[in-house]
Design a protein around this ligand. Structure first.
Ligand code: SF4
Length: 809
């Protein structure tokens, strides 16, 4: 359809058909006031403040809901329009407490701004006013519904974006209100406390409790950082006043989260101010920790490491890295361990993510999620298998909802529980727990039988198809129905919905519906994507979001026993020589132990000294008592952390580290986006940024490291790592860059395997379904571990909130 030409305030503009007057005005940077319009919600025309005058129209027109027409001549600030807006504002003010001098929203309130703009000082429509009591029954925010102007933004965000449906309009007429059904408390509603209602309320009706009385908007500094919880890597603006974080707001411009957060990102930062933070180096003496200077702590570590190396060899040292470490910390950590002569460096992500990572490597040659988060909203069909995104990766869950709501994507949900997405799914497959491999194989077989597979893609881009076809032919729909407990017709319909979409995505998770054999499920899902040609293209692919904020990054940084940065194998002579030249040390050819080896074999592993960076194996290893006994028996245990964790309490030496908001650094999210997190506040006491501790210790150990800051460390990483070679701090700016980014002018890579898989051809694998024993099906925690006591993302949303509360997080 051809473009539409019109005039707004005597300026000509050309727009596409379907554009509203408000959107057309915004193209000309003309500011039409609005309370109820939000680009990601269906327009509702509720507030009417956006009325404009259209020549030859009888009445004023709400610009947010009216599409443009050819030749329209529009005036957005005519006398008639201004008078109408004054009346609307006057009516709002008549029933709105004018308590601006104490209202927390002062300075950011749109009602205040528009009244100022149009000179509305009070109301001539005096009469009855609402007198509702404050609702502060929940932990996170206060609701003062006397200030609510009924714009409906909070209702739209809650229902359309989040899907929680906790609030709606209640009652009618003068006593209209917004709240939970039957006027229950928010606490007892389906609210997930994501804070979207708060962040989008145009007035002061919703206020986070942490902000009350903390400072006016103009007194608060905004510092851009990255959420330290899951692998999505949402961008946040830390609200800083007097060297304290007093709040968090989402960044609207970020392509990762586009103004969205979940409860963890929005409210889970109180720990920064906790009085339990470590503030000085500690050394255990006669079973009791005593504070020492940094010099004393470093001196002791050096003496004991040298003694262990002399007595037991280089391989008696092991480094355990947290997936929450920044790229710079993880890089220096593995550099330190390797400079000491050992490749014994690993992380607990091996327990949960390694099977999926290995499966992706086998199928595609790259262990990363194939496509970008923002592409998900553009896809034609989404198959969600075994993932409960509302609990594990809520912001990705919002994207799936958006794809269904706005792009009309067909949604197929296969999960043993009635998860959040079920209410909008076109096909819900409530399969028996642990039967997902049989389900996926049967979908693949049916797609082949129906001729819905992409023969051209298979011929050109893959290998192993004929063997796969033969092996998978036993997975008939009838067999799958028996194994999964699903109806045959449901299975056929789901297979067709996925296969016929022009672009289709698969979303799963490392816990894969409590399926202990997650590697097989990932391989089966990779087969399905290869079969239908849904790889190497925009808005198609395989999404396996990581559970921790820098799980991708620490693997990229070589915090693994067999590879250096960018997955360069320790076995390759030229790789070892490259790093040896850059670091001025020789690199051990022998791959290190995995963390699984170490904790499985305990004392027999030969490990005598361990350096643990921000990890808590006593609670996360699964075998709590054995782990504690092993750690206690070590000749040297150094723990670098922000708290006296269960593991730190067993250490010989504890080093106090800065938290994410107290240092600068980069983190690589689950879509390979390298993002810069800025320092907002000083660390407490004598705590230091992790990179600075490691660099200082390296000096004490005799290594010649000279870094002025994390920027220098990153430059070294880029110089040694093909995927990061074109990235530097200046280029990261606001959006970050997705690797591979091999050159300084490379824009980064939105999706992988374009034209060629990392391993050359995509590989079909034969994956057999094996019934899972009941004890193999276990809850997976936020760290992805089985059978541990970490905060579980698979618990109900209220359990998560309660856990946050109980831990003062
Ligand atoms: Fe943080 Fe993940 Fe929640 Fe985003 S979705 S706010 S990254 S925990």
């Amino acid at each position: 359809m051809s473009a539409i030409n019109l005039t707004i305030n005597e300026l000509a503009v050309e727009v596409t058909p379907g554009t509203t007057i408000l959107q057309a005005a915004r193209q000309l940077d003309i500011d039409i006031p609005t309370f109820c319009y939000d680009p990601e919600l269906a327009p509702n025309g509720a507030c009417r403040i956006c009325v404009v005058e259209v020549e030859n129209a009888r009445t004023l027109i709400a610009s947010c809901v009216t599409p443009v027409a050819p030749g329209m001549v529009i005036h957005t600030e005519s006398e008639r329009v201004i008078n109408a807006r004054k009346v609307i504002l006057s009516l709002m003010v008549a029933n709105h407490p004018l308590v601006c001098i104490t209202c927390e929203k002062t300075g950011e309130c749109r009602l205040q701004d528009y009244c100022y703009r149009y000179g509305v000082t009070d109301s001539k429509y005096s009469g009855e006013v609402k007198e509702l009591s404050l609702d502060d029954t929940n932990t996170f925010f206060v609701r003062d519904m006397n200030k609510c102007i009924l714009c409906g933004i909070c209702v739209g965000k809650c229902q359309e974006v989040v899907g929680a449906g906790a609030i709606d309009f209640t009652r009618r007429g003068f006593i209209s209100n917004v709240g939970p059904a039957f006027e229950d408390s928010i606490e007892d509603s389906t609210c997930v406390f994501c804070g979207l209602c708060i962040d989008n309320c145009p007035v002061g009706a919703l206020t986070p409790k942490y902000s009350l009385g903390q400072g006016r908007p103009w007194q608060v500094k905004q510092v851009r950082a990255i959420c330290p919880y899951c692998g999505i890597g949402c961008n946040i603006n830390l609200q800083v006043k007097d060297d304290q974080v007093i709040g968090v707001k989402p960044v609207k411009e970020s392509p990762v989260n586009r103004g969205h957060l979940c409860v963890r990102g929005k409210f889970g930062w109180d720990y920064l101010k906790s009085s339990d933070r470590l503030t000085a180096p500690l050394v255990k003496s006669d079973g009791v920790f005593v504070e020492v200077s940094w010099e004393e702590a470093f001196g002791l570590i050096v003496d004991q490491i040298e003694e262990v190396k002399l007595r037991c060899g280089d391989d008696a040292l092991f480094g355990l890295c947290s997936p929450k470490a920044s790229n710079e910390e993880a890089y220096l950590f593995q550099k330190l361990i390797r400079s000491l002569g050992s490749n014994n460096v690993d992380s607990f992500t091996r327990h949960c993510h390694a099977p999926a990572v290995n499966a992706l490597m086998e199928a595609f040659g790259s262990a990363s999620m194939t496509n970008s988060i923002e592409e998900l909203a553009e896809t034609g069909a989404i198959l969600v298998v075994g993932a409960n995104l509302a609990e594990s990766h809520p912001v990705l869950n919002y994207r799936v909802r958006e794809a269904v709501r706005r792009s009309g994507a067909r949604l197929i949900v296969a999960h043993s529980e009635t998860i959040d997405l079920v209410d909008i799914a076109h096909h819900y497959l409530p399969l028996r727990m642990g039967s997902a491999v049989a389900l996926v194989n049967s979908l693949a077989n049916f797609i082949i039988e129906e001729g819905l597979h992409d023969r051209a893609f298979i011929d050109k881009r893959t290998e192993g198809f004929e063997i796969f076809r033969k092996e998978v032919s036993g997975y008939t729909i009838k067999y799958a129905a028996e194994v999964t407990g699903l109806a045959e017709d449901e299975l056929r319909a789901a297979a067709r919905a996925y296969a016929v979409a022009e672009r289709a995505a698969i979303v799963s998770a490392v816990d894969t519906d409590r399926h202990a054999d997650s590697a097989n499920l990932v391989l089966a899902l990779a087969n399905l994507a290869l079969l239908t040609g849904n790889l190497g293209r925009e808005a198609a692919g395989l999404y396996l979001p990581y559970g921790e904020n820098n799980l991708q990054g620490i693997a990229d940084m070589g915090a693994l026993p067999g590879v250096l940065t960018g997955y360069q194998s320790i076995k390759e002579k030229n790789v070892r020589e490259k790093f040896a030249r850059a670091w001025g040390v020789s690199i051990n050819v022998k791959p290190g132990f995995t963390v699984t080896d170490i904790f499985k074999h305990g004392k027999k592993s030969g490990i005598k000294a361990m350096y643990i960076l921000g990890e808590n194996p006593v609670t996360c290893s699964g075998e709590h008592l054995e782990t504690a006994a092993f750690l206690t028996d070590l000749d040297l245990l150094v723990v670098q952390d922000i708290y006296m964790t269960e593991t730190a309490s067993l250490a010989d030496i504890v080093l106090p580290a800065a938290a994410f908001a107290e240092q600068e650094g980069t983190y690589t999210n689950t879509e390979r986006r390298v993002q810069l997190s800025r320092k907002a506040v000083e660390p407490p006491g004598e705590a230091f940024p992790g990179w600075a501790i490691l660099a200082e210790l390296a000096g004490w150990l005799g290594f010649d490291w000279n870094y002025d800051g994390p920027q220098d460390i990153f430059a070294e990483i880029a110089s040694l790592t093909h995927q990061y070679a074109g990235i530097d701090y200046e280029r990261l700016n606001e959006q970050g860059l997705q690797w591979p980014c091999p050159k300084g002018d490379h824009p980064g890579t939105k999706f992988l395997h374009n034209g060629r898989f990392s391993r050359g051809l995509g590989r079909f694998s034969v994956v057999d379904y094996e019934p899972q024993a009941a004890d193999n099906l276990s809850i997976c925690c936020s760290k992805g571990h089985f059978n541990c006591q970490c905060l579980s993302e698979n618990l109900s949303r209220h359990s998560v909130i309660n856990t946050l509360r109980n831990n003062n997080v």
